[in-house]
Ligand binder design. Sequence first.
Ligand code: SF4
Ligand code: SF4
Length: 129
Amino acid sequence: MQLRPHHLLCMQKFTGHGYSPAFTAHMTALLQSLRTHPETAVSLTCGCDDLCAACPHQQSGICTSAETTAGLDAGTLAAAGFSVRESGTWAALAEAARTRILQTDAFHQICACCEWYPLCRQTEADYEK
Ligand code: SF4
Ligand code: SF4
């Protein structure tokens, strides 16, 4: 599976809200698969990923909010200490994102610019499911 770095955050903050019904259903299915198979191999990518595939803001493989999402990716990479092409299991990458970002002030520094931040800041990261 390929994921943009900041989607390690978004997926753990997901509470059923998204850009469209199709996007939300796709996110739900991806998360169910990863919870069932936490050892799934994940490679980070700064282009459109497996989650973007169902997003209405993805056009011909390009994110129409690229300026914002590129910043979210850069912030996530720096705060988590990941390389641009980091790879590992979902479990390992998600845990690193939790402990280094979601559970620290880095979350607020990275995510305050995002339209979903008012919701995500009130949402406990989905640690246990
Ligand atoms: S605030 Fe935005 S970038 Fe941050 S976790 Fe939520 S949806 Fe993702
Ligand atoms: S807004 Fe951009 S980065 Fe986020 S899911 Fe949609 S296409 Fe992907």
